[in-house]
Design a protein. Structure first.
Length: 245
């Protein structure tokens, strides 16, 4: 009776393992999609930044991580289905090891991202300032900034005064918060008061909580996957050893 209860519990844990890993695989696909979306959308968010800025590589990293997590999730699900077989237990052992390393890397990456986030924002401001200074002599950057300011309802790097203090030119009509035909950019009330870098950074910070909560849930699911995988694989090994004796 006792062994029967343990076996039922093992089967239940095996089912949990499969479900958790299917969820992990779906989350990996979601990260992959977000990475692809970010690769496209970053051109809108960061087109005012210098192309050499390192954080523009983040979407590529998301794509790689999402693909890897999805594959690991599928492997874990397969190992859960075939946990009663020897190769299934081998897969579960490999899965737990890989997932453990992944969780460690995610924690380290999360801590580094939290500590270095201000450096990233400073880098974005610095690169944006570089392109901003090119406006008077480069029509392509001039057009880029005009389009960006219209889309994000912002003006300058930090604020509209950058045009006077840095470029020594009049504030462009793309900064107008109303109709351009009736806009006097010399009047501060007619232009967007917020700088474009500030707008982007604030937008990213507003999503920090959601991203952090999602990352914690994701990490917990992975830890559950590791614990359950180890239990299912090890228990079956012990059970087989008992039967042989």
């Amino acid at each position: 009776m006792g062994l029967g209860c343990i076996e039922c519990f093992r089967r239940f844990m095996q089912l949990i393992l499969v479900i958790v890993n299917l969820i992990v695989a779906l989350l990996g696909i979601a990260v992959l999609i977000i990475g692809i979306w970010a690769e496209v959308e970053q051109k809108k968010y960061f087109e005012i930044a210098d192309s050499s800025t390192k954080f523009l590589e983040v979407p590529v990293l998301l794509i790689i991580v999402g693909l890897f997590v999805a594959i690991v999730g599928v492997i874990g699900a397969i190992g859960g289905v075939f946990a009663s077989k020897t190769f299934g237990r081998v897969i579960l052992g490999l899965y737990a090891f890989i997932l453990g390393l992944l969780v460690i890397c995610e924690i380290a990456g999360g801590i580094a991202a939290g500590v270095k986030r201000n450096d990233v924002f400073d880098s974005f401001r610095s690169s944006s300032l570089t392109t901003f200074k090119m406006i008077p002599n480069d029509t392509s950057y001039n057009q880029t900034w005009n389009d960006f300011q219209k889309s994000f309802k912002c003006c300058g790097v930090d604020n509209y005064t950058d045009y006077k203090t840095i470029l020594h030119i009049d504030v462009p009509y793309s900064c107008c918060n109303g109709s351009e035909s009736q806009c006097d950019t010399a009047n501060p009330s007619n232009v967007w008061p917020k700088g474009c870098v500030t707008t982007v950074v604030d937008d990213i910070k507003d999503n920090y909580v959601s991203i952090s909560v999602g990352a914690i849930i994701f990490a917990l699911l992975q830890v559950i996957g590791i614990v359950v995988a180890c239990f299912v694989a090890i228990y079956k090994q012990e059970d087989n050893k008992y039967e042989v004796v």
